[in-house]
Write a protein that binds this ligand. Structure first.
Ligand code: FPP
Length: 239
């Protein structure tokens, strides 16, 4: 059975998890960050090569100021407290998104963690921070145009493969499986370019309740699907 090489997750439902318990929303995020630890380790143990987590979208900047501040504090805490564990488990931390918008101290902590884990090679943990799919594509187009201005682009032409190199995910394989928790069935501006052939898995489970077993269930369902990439079933089964 093939294991997804790259799993992406839209971690949704922290707020509802807290509301159901009459707790402040941030408690849901706190529990959610414990789930992050559990799922990172589960993927690491299984041998998944890349795990991308939608930790903070561009749209999330519009949330109430105190919630944004609390999320930034949780992120910083996670990066600082989990560094040792990442290194011990040979996990490399990277990020995608317009991270320059992050508060200075959080950005510095992110850059430090990226640098401290850069030689780890068992799994890549990719955090999408201040991330939007359309924004990523437009930033890539602008980077291409800048190069064109420098005369580096030949014949006014760029291929899909070349263009991919300008995206934040340059060098990473596309996600095979995208999980969204909490019953919402939307893509919400996540990995728009990269998910062209990704299998989606939606579950009612809220992110703070999502466990290793839920992950295994998602992977099992993925393994039962036939990925045809536009071809016919017969073409795929030629021996
Ligand atoms: C969506 O739930 C979740 C987020 C906007 C943030 C995700 C953040 C974490 C899981 C914790 C911090 C991350 C790391 C990497 C340590 P929601 O608030 O939209 O939930 P709701 O739809 O039920 O209100």
């Amino acid at each position: 059975m093939t294991l997804p090489r790259h799993i992406a997750v839209i971690m949704d439902g922290n707020g509802r998890w807290a509301r159901e318990r009459n707790l402040p929303r941030i408690e849901g995020h706190r529990r959610g960050s414990e789930t992050v630890d559990e799922i990172v380790m589960a993927c690491r143990d299984l041998g998944v090569g890349f795990l991308t987590l939608y930790a903070f979208s561009l749209e999330n900047w519009n949330r109430p100021k105190d919630e944004v501040a609390a999320l930034m504090a949780l992120l910083k805490e996670f990066l600082i407290f989990k560094r040792e564990k990442m290194i011990k488990n040979q996990i490399r931390l990277v990020s995608i998104g317009d991270v320059e918008r992050l508060p200075k101290d959080v950005l510095q902590t992110l850059r430090d963690t990226e640098q401290m884990t850069e030689s780890q090679d068992k799994m890549v943990l990719n955090l999408a921070l201040s991330y939007g799919g359309r924004d990523e594509i437009v930033r890539a187009i602008n980077a291409v145009l800048k190069e064109k201005g420098n005369g580096l682009l030949k014949d006014n032409f760029i291929s899909i493969k070349e263009f991919s190199k300008y995206l934040d995910t340059s060098g990473m394989p596309d996600p095979d499986l995208l999980i969204r928790t909490s019953g919402e069935r939307r893509v919400s501006n996540f990995l728009l370019w990269q998910s062209a052939y990704t299998e989606y898995y939606f579950t009612e489970t809220l992110w703070p309740d999502f466990s290793r077993n839920h992950l295994l269930q998602a992977i099992r369902e993925f393994q039962g699907r036939e990925r045809r990439f536009g071809m016919t079933s017969e073409q795929l089964h030629v021996v």
